[in-house]
Ligand binder design. Sequence first.
Ligand code: SAH
Length: 344
Amino acid sequence: MLTDIRSLLPEELTAVCKEMGLPAFRAKQIFRWLHVDCVDSFDEMTNLSLKLREELQARFEIFNCTIENKQVSVYDSTVKYLFRLHDGEFVESVLMKYKYGYSLCVSSQVGCRMGCTFCASTLGGVVRSLTASEILAQIIAAQKDALVRVSHVVMMGMGEPLDNYDNTLRFLQLASHADGLNLSMRNISLSTCGIVPNIYRLAEEKLQLTLSVSLHAPNDALRSSMMPVNKKWNVDTLLASCREYIEKTSRRISFEYSMVRGVNDSDDCARELAKKLKGMLCHINLIPVNAVDETGCVGSTPQRVQQFAAILESCGLTVTVRRTLGADIDAACGQLRKKKMKGE
Ligand code: SAH
């Protein structure tokens, strides 16, 4: 197996170059080609000799992703990409334009094994996790195609990032590296359904990113019925890890609450939620659930969402309602799915 070179951290690349008898500046040049110029092949590394390029080619592999399909929203110019990975698997990413710049929603796995009842990404289970370079490649491919710089990244696409912990952490280190894409950690959000041991691990990294936690329900009975992960780590266990995360990083947590009509959107749910989160350094993001045919879940009405938000606010919590982008191209939260050549 050839080594996936774009997943190597600068110090690892330096070590490999040393092993090959190359001076340290070569590692810097190669890192730059991979992470700033974002080339697709060793042939494009024109300040390296042909012999060296051949040596690299024999030892390493550059994982690129190619655009299999692309849909552009007529409402808001949101772009949904279907990317093909080197082994023929597919993942989706969504490019959104905001006042502050371009944000890309990236996938961390092909499919997902978390089984949330309202989500399309988990319908076929998980095929495999992505390497760090495959997560990066989504940013690189979107930037090249749209001719823009992606300044914000949300790990909210297909997959559970904390079920792919090592590659996710490596991706974060590479994407934010000053010699690479140089994304600000503060412009990166990582969303998790609540893999508690890995929330504790991430807390130790003390990163400046925004941790989003998919809560969706204030008690165990309701949360377990929507999210199987809750049977392993329940609401109180999850919230304890969130408190520790806040303590360690001094960063505010963003709780996501996808509202399913008649399921988790009652006034009582709002009051119970407010009680659970009281005193925490947090923010609540309400998302009227987006329709996915197979799930049968229907989003709460705008009036219900407003009323729910009002209760939380009256209890002193900070709340926003997520705007839906790309509604006409199934690009909204929970609608990304594993697509096959057969053409789903
Ligand atoms: N696995 C991670 C990240 C991917 S999903 C997580 O669970 O957080 C990103 C967000 O979209 C999560 O909050 C998820 O619960 C939510 N989501 C999934 N399906 C949805 C749907 N149909 N409508 C609205 N939000 C949904």
